[in-house]
Design a binder for this molecule. Sequence first.
Ligand SMILES: Nc1ncnc2c1ncn2[C@@H]1O[C@H](COP(=O)(O)OP(=O)(O)O)[C@@H](O)[C@H]1O
Ligand SMILES: [Mg+2]
Length: 352
Amino acid sequence: MKLGYSAAALAELERPVEDGESAPAQGDLRRGHVLDGRFRITSVITRGGMSTIYQAEDLHDDERLVALKVPTMTLGMDAKQMPRFEREDEIGRRIEHPAVTKFIQVEGKKSRPYLVMEFLEGITLYHAMKERPRLPEDEALRLAAEICAALEYLHEQGVHHRDLKPENIMLCRDGTIRLMDFGIARLTDSTRLTYVGFVPGTPHYMAPERVQCKRGDGRTDIYGVGAILYEMLTGVIAFDNEDPMVIMNARATGDPLALRKVYPGISPQAEEIVLKAMARNPADRYQTAAEMRADLENPSQVELTGRCERLQPATRMRRFWRKARIIAPWIVIPIVAQVLGFFLFLHFLGKK
Ligand SMILES: Nc1ncnc2c1ncn2[C@@H]1O[C@H](COP(=O)(O)OP(=O)(O)O)[C@@H](O)[C@H]1O
Ligand SMILES: [Mg+2]
């Protein structure tokens, strides 16, 4: 899957380079380019707005396949993207867990910024759910428990992922999973990265405190697992809407629709777990990933609290503003047109 490329640009990327030709210091890499005398590009895995992921062979390690994450060098990249990229590099150097993508260290100076990871053969949870939107309950709970196990480790290391979503979870061919993409992760002992007028993360899985531009903590990731599990169980994204502002407002002021209203086949225990993880107030959620994993692994022991009966829809205020946003253009445009018409009329009257 290669996103963001036209067919012609893709063909250009796939055009092999001369044997042994080293990679350019800037711009796209092509199949056959050798980066820093070590990584020979074999293909483009995917291209996002901020980075391109290449598959490459590590010539220092028996041509083992690796994945390279290369930031897209655009104007303004240094100001915004570079600190995030460096943070991801720093986190990658610190972490090692069977369910977290392994980063490979490169000694010496790199000719351009890039990260090297183990190459993961598999399919992202996002693509898996495109093929099969609703997973069997035991499989969904098992996957969520594995994500929680990885989070337990990360949180112990002082790392908060903050961008949990199906695109960032790889279901590997050997049956294991990997969390990927620490691009907006945070280290508790580091200074804050600031973003002006931009909340990083995807609104679909974003915790209410992140919507409100708060830093968040381990419980922010708990919310993310809850939102992913909601989707795996129901086949529907909680709070889905084509307008990101509506999604964010709904998250901040309301609860998701009870899962068994979406799909009655779900057990009350699984519903209870998801709704607890997605509680609006972080204090009402599981406080640790270990707590949540314990419930996911023993759903029959989950105490039912009637949480599904106490869910609150988003506030009237939000509905009012939502309606206002839709209605406003219908009122404003005719008024502006009439005012313009009036001035044009005066203008022509003056010319006569
Ligand atoms: N180590 C890897 N092995 C194989 N594919 C990968 C690897 N890392 C990322 N990918 C693929 O690239 C996509 C984007 O990677 P990610 O790190 O999430 O970058 P971005 O910051 O652009 O979202 C993933 O969804 C996955 O499909
Ligand atoms: Mg990603």
